[in-house]
Ligand binder design. Structure first.
Ligand code: ATP
Ligand code: MG
Length: 654
């Protein structure tokens, strides 16, 4: 009877190997599966659920299947629906989803009636409001604060638990406290709250914990290497009665370290569960031999890892393609051309994915696909176009103002860059509207009125800025951006002041974004024409939500490497494979800091894991592209590629 189910799977095209079968059969008790990319971890989880229901007659509603990203969970549910031995209603009866979606449901079921705070912009706004009240709005970047808070929460550190050993920590703790208070007052829960709330619920309401322990008799977790403390603790509580817990993961694919994920919960699993069954799988079924080989040699350089070398079963296929375009524009143009060729040859667009390290790196390819009219979808948490990013936005606002001095929204939004508070800008706009508009120049009037209230240098400086903004409209778009960055407005200096006192690594990211914006503006002969294009990009972005809800849509998949975890595509383009992007400059920066000897390696090692995740997404064709120039500088090919390819010099790298 046992064999019957494996036969079913084989008929369906998956002949499980010995360790895979062992993992599937191990239904009761704790099971730990550690295995490299593409070795069938997710396959085993779904096959196991099929086996549990079909062969072991386990009630599907007793099974909980947890995964990490939304996209991966959608994929998993799809796979589950196709697995043999399960009818539709059985596969639907399994509870499957991300930690957040599952915990949100539990909280709703228990009568929690909060609103979900999912908008990044709103979270920024809350932090900014707090900072403004502290009169520290120029001293911290909201992004940094939010990531520190999130990391505390994932480590279950409450405000009172924060170890205040420095002034910065004291202030951060205060912001954290206030952030929690504002949310509580408005009955808002952010994503981390959902985890914490379930934890406390289970902790303090044994009867409720009991209920879910008997509802979910079997718990299976994919991508366990990226668990945070709070996630781990909840899963432990949930399974503490029966201990039917199966976790799978790959320590080489821990890529959420910056969000307090740690592979240690997985690596130390056999300490917490001494009788656990351990399964190692080392055959890669996903990729052709050259891709597997590249993946192996990339990750092999990392020191802190469980050693494993993936074996290959697929026959020799295409070699890995290396591209060395001049810059990211040429990179994007070449890839668009390549995609068109593939499309003409009958390839399906949904088999093609383009992966990048940061959203900024994805900017050019987004726009070139848009211009070429090739359908594509982007994935990821943020639904904003590059130009709406809080650091890029002021540049755009000032250009808007130069084109339309009546744009009150742009004026208010750009006010801080002109060293005017938003409240003051708003109040002055109101005053002037009461007086009645008699000229088209809102910008000039508002700023002049504000300048009138000041004297000496402050006054002169505002008047100079009016002239500067007015002059932008006549410049080419990239020239206008230069002017905003370094001219009378000196946005760069503003950012520098903004960040000097912060503990931020975001400085690297912000400069990257500004340079990228300037790069994007090339080819536009005025701010006006550039703004028109940005409008198109925004519209395209607004469409994304709808496009994403059609999983089978014929469109190229664009995403960050982080978002690609667990997924696979016939063809993968990894773009921006250069020093400074992958590994990212921020990681290089932290590796230079002498006091953090340990940190240092861990930042680079995490980047190397990202490179590993990226290349191992490809099934048949892998393209790695390393532009020669980035942000007007000549850059080197990523060390992750060089050290694993025995590439002698740039010349042999075609
Ligand atoms: P990742 O680490 O990227 O999450 P994974 O270990 O979860 O990878 P899967 O996605 O489960 O790997 O499997 C990779 C590919 O190999 C899938 O296309 C799957 O169908 C295929 N596969 C897995 N096991 C087998 C098998 N025994 N026979 C044939 N194909 C297999
Ligand atoms: Mg997987």
């Amino acid at each position: 009877e046992k064999e019957f189910y494996f036969q079913l799977l084989a008929d369906y095209g998956i002949t499980l190997n010995e360790p895979q079968q062992e993992a599937v059969r191990a239904v009761d008790g704790p099971v730990l599966i550690i295995a490299g990319a593409g070795s069938g971890k997710t396959t085993v989880l779904t096959a196991k659920i099929g086996y549990m229901i079909h062969t072991k007659n386990i009630d599907p509603s007793k099974i909980l299947l947890v995964t990490f990203t939304k996209k991966a969970s959608v994929e998993m549910i799809e796979r589950l629906a196709r697995i043999p031995g399960l009818n539709r209603s059985a596969s639907r009866a399994v509870t499957a989803g991300t930690y957040h979606s599952i915990f949100l449901n539990i909280l709703r079921q228990e009568g929690y009636n909060f609103r979900v705070l999912s908008s990044e912009r709103k979270r920024h706004y809350i932090i900014k409001t707090i900072l403004r009240k502290m009169n520290r709005q120029d001293d911290y970047a909201p992004e940094t604060i939010l990531s520190v808070i999130s990391s505390w929460k994932n480590n279950m550190i409450r405000p009172i638990d924060v170890d205040v050993n420095s002034d910065i920590k004291t202030e951060l703790r205060y912001v954290y406290e206030q952030y929690e208070k504002i949310k509580a007052d408005e009955n808002l829960y952010d994503f981390d709250d959902m985890l914490l709330e379930v934890y406390y619920l289970f902790m303090f309401e044994p009867s409720i914990l009991n209920k879910y322990q008997s509802q979910f008799e079997y718990v299976l977790c994919d991508e366990f290497q990226d668990s945070s403390k709070v996630q781990y603790e909840i899963i432990q509580m949930l399974t503490s009665a029966k201990k039917n817990l199966c976790i799978v993961g790959d320590d080489d694919q821990t890529i959420y370290g910056f969000r307090s994920a740690s592979a240690s919960y997985m690596i130390d699993f056999d300490k917490a569960y001494p009788n656990c069954r351990k399964v190692i799988m080392d055959i890669n079924y996903r990729s052709n031999p050259d891709i597997v080989g590249l993946g192996n040699s990339i990750i092999n350089v990392n020191k802190k890892r469980i050693k494993k070398t993936l074996k290959v079963v697929k026959p020799l296929g295409q070699q890995v393609n290396f591209l060395q375009p001049n810059d990211n524009e040429e990179e994007a143009r070449n890839i668009v051309k390549e995609i068109k060729t593939k499309q003409a040859a009958g390839a399906s667009l949904k088999d093609i994915s383009i992966l990048y390290r940061t959203h900024t790196t994805g900017r050019a390819i987004f726009e070139h696909l848009l211009l070429a009219d090739i359908p594509f979808i982007t994935y990821g948490r943020s639904n904003e176009s590059f130009y709406e990013n809080s650091f890029v936005r002021p540049l755009i606002d000032l250009m808007r103002l130069s084109v339309n001095p009546m744009d009150a929204d742009a004026l208010i939004s750009a006010a801080p860059i002109l060293y005017i508070s938003k409240t003051e800008a708003e109040a002055t706009i109101d005053e002037i509207s009461i007086d009645g508009f008699d000229s088209k120049d809102l910008l000039g009037k508002v700023l002049k009125r504000i300048a009138d209230k000041k004297s000496g240098f402050a006054q002169k400086s505002i008047l100079k800025k009016i002239d500067c903004i007015n002059s932008l409209a006549k410049m080419t778009a990239p020239r206008a951006i230069r002017e905003i960055r370094l001219g009378a407005i000196n946005y760069e200096r503003h950012l520098e002041l903004d960040q000097r006192k912060t503990l931020t690594v975001h400085k690297e990211y912000t400069l990257e974004m500004l340079d990228e914006c300037e790069q994007a503006a090339r080819g536009f002969d005025s701010p006006k024409s550039f703004l028109g294009f940005i409008e198109r990009v925004k519209e395209k972005n607004d469409e994304m939500e709808t496009l994403r809800s059609q999983p089978d849509i014929e469109a190229v998949r664009l995403m960050t490497i982080h978002a690609s975890k667990g997924l696979e595509f016939k063809t993968v383009f990894v773009i921006g494979a250069t020093e400074g992007i992958l590994p990212h400059a921020a990681a290089l920066e932290s590796s230079k800091r002498e006091d953090t000897d340990q940190n240092d390696q861990s930042a680079i090692e995490e980047e190397r894991r990202l490179a590993y995740v990226a290349v191992t997404r490809a099934k048949e064709e892998l393209y790695i592209s390393s532009p020669r120039m980035n942000r007007n500088n000549t850059v080197k090919i990523s060390r992750f590629i060089l050290e694993s390819m025995n590439v002698e010099g740039v010349d042999s790298f075609v």
